[in-house]
Design a protein around this ligand. Structure first.
Ligand code: CA
Length: 565
């Protein structure tokens, strides 16, 4: 089944996101029994999607020959909700989280459309499906006059999605829900997660029927492959080349191949991993590989790896035949939020980092946080440090979410919405200032001190990952922001508490202050010789570039940093 042109998905909740129908049907049966009406539990599967009031009327008319009064409906539905909540923990539908993540990775907007008004499940959505269903992308029982099978809930969903029916799919597990989806004009996918026979769905004419959520998840993973789509759109027959390193080739390529086997048969060049190989000798091997493979100026390079690979593959793309296009697939969190976006490419020259290079933006950056699941914890923290920086300079709300970051670091797939937001911010800033004349300098927030700490730790033989040094440099920059720009000191304390909890200490002490000042003076991003250039903050989201604090200010800030940490 093809999903070309699909921009939004309207998604039912009970029986789709949560395996909750077994508890709903039991709660209905027990509540009715308390009112002296014996019902077959399975019949409630068939009423799924109708509002509670409509279900009560249906049974009253059948058993008692009259409609229920408003008072009866209210009281019976209240009791049913109480029984449902007593039945304990609500389970996630197996496969549903990955199904949602695949849709979001493909850029498809997700909107919740449920007949339920139950606070107990709605309240859990943010935790179980982070970022997928913000408050303005939910249609619940409280938002509609007519419940399913009337199309109204899905028509409201289309409004919230801002898409036409032709661009929208509906995911439903109940026949009445499928009827509502079909009536709204959307391409409606039925998933049989309950005990309803397939025939009951066929009668409603869905576009397709899937036997389980896992089956739908697998279909999406096959059909909504953003890497394959990018290669098909941008690449020409025989002109797509993969640049990677031998570690990534072993660890990450099989992961990509699981959903797109053809990736393995594209011609590829794997350089030796590690920063020490980010040099002109490796570069020459890449140029030779491309020349010998018959690459023309229409070639597309797909750079799959960490910052070292995307920097070198990007430089190859900038230079080969005077420039070809590239796509970056970062396999580290740091690479995703830092090197892969923005168009800085290059190689080291001896001990000089990124001494030879060019600005060359990728056509597309493809983020798949599942690739980060095997990274060492320190590597994740390194990327997280750059994310904190991005939030601080450009998006206070993102920054607040990151301050509660511990659960995200335990499972990097939970970071996906925040990683996407960081990439978006970096893209906006670098597009506004591609060659770093102005606002792009804001991205250096925390880096003046961070780079000095990174260099010092390397000198001492106790190297720290880049983003961890930056996370420490940010605290010094926040202190300077308070001293010089009057930023509220509460931000210093919040950040310090997070730093203490999530990040390791690094091997610098107050005895190192003189050396740190020297290293800051050597930083190549200085605007005035010997006087370090800082980006500081008036408040989170309000960056001020080109600040030149005095050596005494920097010494004071470092003293406070060492005292506070
Ligand atoms: Ca449902």
């Amino acid at each position: 089944m093809q999903f070309k042109g699909i921009r939004a998905a309207l998604i039912d909740m009970d029986g789709v996101l949560y395996d909750s129908m077994k508890y709903h049907t039991l709660a209905w049966q027990r509540m009715m029994a308390e009112y002296g009406v014996e019902c077959d539990r399975d019949e409630f599967y068939l009423y799924e999607g109708m509002t509670g009031a409509a279900t009560i009327d249906l049974i009253f008319e059948r058993e008692l020959g009259r409609k229920a009064s408003d008072e009866e409906k209210r009281e019976m539905y209240r009791r049913k909700t109480e029984l449902f909540n007593e039945l304990g923990r609500k389970e996630l539908m197996p496969g549903a989280q990955e199904m949602i993540a695949t849709l979001r990775r493909a850029g498809i907007r997700t909107v919740l459309v449920t007949g339920s008004g139950q606070g107990s499940l709605l309240g859990r959505l943010d935790e179980d499906y982070p970022g997928a269903f913000p408050a303005d992308r939910r249609v619940t029982a409280h938002d509609v006059t007519h419940g399913k099978p009337d199309p109204e809930p899905y028509l409201r969903g289309l409004e919230k999605a801002g898409t036409s029916p032709e661009e929208t799919i509906v995911i439903e597990n109940a026949p009445l829900g499928v009827r509502a989806g079909v009536a709204s004009g959307c391409r409606t996918l039925a998933v049989t997660t309950g005990s309803i026979p397939r025939e009951a769905f066929e009668a409603e004419n869905p576009a397709a029927i899937f036997p389980s959520m896992e089956a739908l998840r697998d279909e999406f993973a096959r059909e909504l492959n953003v890497l394959r789509d990018a290669v098909e759109r941008l690449g020409e027959e025989g002109q797509v080349f993969i640049i990677t390193d031998s570690n990534v080739e072993r660890l990450a390529l099989p992961r990509l191949a699981a959903e797109w086997p053809e990736v393995m048969s594209l011609p590829r060049m794997a350089v030796e991993p590690g920063e020490e190989n980010k040099n002109i000798a490796s570069m020459t091997r890449i140029w030779e590989f491309m020349a010998e493979s018959g690459a023309t100026r229409h070639a597309l390079l797909v750079n799959i790896g960490g910052g070292m690979v995307t920097d070198m593959g990007g430089f190859a793309a900038a230079t080969f035949k005077r420039g070809v296009r590239c796509v970056n697939v970062p396999t580290t969190l740091l690479g995703a939020v830092d090197a892969a976006t923005g168009g800085k490419t290059g190689v080291d020259l001896g001990s000089y980092k990124n001494e030879v290079g060019a600005f060359h933006s990728p056509e597309k950056v493809i983020i798949d946080c599942r690739l980060f699941g095997t990274l060492p914890h320190e590597e994740l923290l390194s990327g997280f440090g750059e994310m904190l920086k991005t939030g601080l300079i450009a998006d206070p709300e993102l920054y607040s979410r990151l301050l509660e970051g511990a659960p995200m670091l335990a499972d990097p797939t939970r970071l996906e919405p925040e990683v996407m937001r960081c990439v978006e911010i970096k893209r906006e800033i670098t597009q506004a200032d591609p060659t770093e004349k102005g606002i792009r300098k804001a991205l250096n927030f925390g880096h003046t001190v961070g780079h000095a700490m990174e260099s010092l730790c390397l000198e001492k033989g106790t190297p720290v990952p880049h983003g961890i040094a930056v996370a420490h440099g940010i605290l010094v920059a926040l202190i300077l922001s308070h001293l010089i720009l009057g930023m509220d000191s509460a931000h210093i304390y919040r950040y310090r508490d997070m730093l203490r909890t999530l990040f390791p200490r690094i091997g610098v002490s107050c005895a190192d202050v003189p050396r740190l000042l020297v290293l800051m003076g050597h930083d190549k991003k200085n605007s005035r010789a010997g006087r370090p250039n800082f980006t500081l903050l008036r408040a989170p989201g309000e960056a001020v570039i080109d600040c030149n604090p005095s050596a005494q200010d920097i010494r004071d800030a470092l003293d406070i940093y060492f005292t506070e940490l």
